[in-house]
Design a binder for this molecule. Structure first.
Ligand SMILES: [Zn+2]
Length: 257
């Protein structure tokens, strides 16, 4: 990505000597002020220059970080890439527990149950855990999730093209199983994170403190990673779950609260 007209973005004219002064182009004294400034402006204290790429590049981390695609491009077979058909979806049901009670300003979301569905070759396997399974029900769910993901991963691996790279320096990549939430990048992932940071798991987190763009969880007992993503990061904004499901094409499925 690059900015073609910086003046438009900052809504003003930057001093051409890069001293970071901004002039309001809509001000009637704009030309006079700029000319007056340029008489004494010495430029920046330390000279810095931005080097932009010759060609603008689109921002598409979900494609550019796709290890299989990288492998296929490297061997000139990128047309063999096909959609990933097997994945897991999940959702938390939460309740607000009010902390200070006086003006209800501070509330904390507490998870009640968690449910997930694994789609494996068109068949759906569900998992459901709630407080009745114990206070560690989220940990129980995570460990079962890895078990279910074994089959999801196997199904995905049997669908991908066989590509051999005969280079002794080539490091085979660890496959990822997508665990997809709907609007999960804020609350759901923050709830999950503290449970995911457990023994024998390693986390690669992408995003800010309040918004998890992508969380990759590795477990030493499994030869694949779980990749938690929010489907809302990949579709246009302002979609309700109902609208999304309709567009996704699951005709006949009724959503209930
Ligand atoms: Zn200047």
């Amino acid at each position: 990505m690059y900015i073609s007209d910086i003046d438009k973005v900052i809504n003003g004219k930057l001093c051409p000597n890069n001293c970071q002064m901004i002039f309001n182009t809509k001000n009637q004294n704009y030309k006079r002020d700029l000319a007056r400034h340029l008489k004494y402006c010495q430029g920046p204290e330390t000279a810095k220059q931005v080097k932009l790429d010759h060609l603008p590049k689109p921002y598409y981390p979900h494609i550019s970080n796709n290890k299989l695609l990288q492998k296929l491009v490297a061997t000139g077979q990128s047309d063999l890439l096909s959609p990933t058909l097997n994945y897991i979806t999940f959702d938390f049901e939460t309740v607000e527990s009010i902390i200070n009670g006086v003006d209800n300003l501070i509330a904390q979301l507490e998870p009640l149950p968690i449910a997930s569905a694994a789609t494996i070759n068109g068949l759906i396997t569900t998992l459901y855990f709630d407080l009745r399974d114990g206070t560690d029900f989220i940990e129980q769910w995570i460990s079962q999730l890895f078990e279910v993901a074994i089959k999801v991963n196997e199904a995905n691996q049997s669908n991908i093209p066989e590509v051999q790279i005969n280079d002794k320096n080539y490091i085979p990549y660890k496959p990822q199983v997508s665990v997809i939430g709907f609007n999960s990048k804020k609350f759901d992932m923050n709830l999950l994170l503290k449970h995911l940071i457990k023994n024998r798991t390693k986390i690669q987190y992408m995003g800010s403190t309040t918004q998890a763009k992508q969380t990759v969880v590795s477990h030493q007992d499994y030869d694949f990673d779980l990749r938690f993503i929010d489907i809302l990061s990949f579709i246009p904004p302002n979609n309700t779950l109902k609208q999304f499901v309709e567009k996704f094409g699951t005709k006949g499925i009724k959503l209930t609260k």
